[in-house]
Ligand binder design. Structure first.
Ligand SMILES: NC(=O)c1ccc[n+]([C@@H]2O[C@H](COP(=O)([O-])OP(=O)(O)OC[C@H]3O[C@@H](n4cnc5c(N)ncnc54)[C@H](OP(=O)(O)O)[C@@H]3O)[C@@H](O)[C@H]2O)c1
Length: 181
């Protein structure tokens, strides 16, 4: 038996990739829902060798859904993640909204999978940003051996970190430089 899985932010960079990875890894899914804003209603999104039609996050009923992967930014997460959680659907949030909430486990599976049990507090699980998630996977075994006290980090974020608007802006600027007129 599989799960009923929601991807909120399915038209975005992160949401599309989530759908790709769920399909690629053959995550046990009985039913999938792709959600975005009203303006994307009906947009067809790839899920493995199928396509799914995007639904409106604002009016979606999370009752009976098992897991919702959220990639909609903090503002929309603030409104809709508690709704999903109240309907009994476990939210796994990619935004920064819940990262410092002591009642919400902040999980990197390779590092602190045990802490996931705390999801029952709010039915929400947070994850750190992308540079932190990959860094702590490398730091964990060092920490286990030698107790790391402090880490000094500089990150150089890619434009794609600003979402599809950021990528479009870079594309327009690049065209502006190299394409006459
Ligand atoms: N944890 C990590 O490693 C990591 C890495 C990168 C990004 N993120 C986070 O993931 C989130 C998404 O990033 P992204 O790069 O995918 O952004 P994006 O490309 O701009 O996509 C945003 C998605 O959210 C939807 N959305 C935005 N506001 C909405 C609203 N009010 N109601 C319904 N849907 C709404 C958009 O739908 P429309 O297309 O209909 O507008 C779109 O599907 C952000 O919170 C970002 O900080 C996390």
């Amino acid at each position: 038996m599989g799960y009923k899985v929601v991807v909120a932010g399915a038209t975005g960079n992160v949401g599309r990739e989530m759908l790709n990875i769920l399909a690629e890894r053959e995550f046990p899914i009985d039913e999938i829902a792709a959600l975005a804003s009203r303006k994307s209603l009906g947009t067809e999104i790839s899920f493995g060798d199928k396509t799914v039609k995007t639904k409106d996050l604002e009016t979606f009923d999370f009752t009976g859904w098992d897991i919702a992967l959220f990639a909609v930014g903090s503002d929309a997460t603030k409104i809709y993640a508690p709704k999903a959680a109240a309907a009994g659907c476990v939210v796994i949030d990619n935004s920064s909204l819940y990262r410092y909430d002591p009642a919400v486990p902040l999980i990197v599976p390779e590092v602190n999978a045990d802490a996931i049990a705390g999801y029952t507090n709010k039915m929400i699980i947070a994850n750190p940003n992308c540079s932190t998630a990959q860094m702590v996977v490398a730091l964990k075994p060092l920490h286990d051996r030698a107790r790391i006290k402090r880490v000094v980090v500089s990150t150089y974020q890619s434009v794609s970190g600003a979402g599809k608007e950021g990528i479009d802006e870079l594309w327009d600027q690049t065209k502006g430089l190299y394409v006459p007129g």
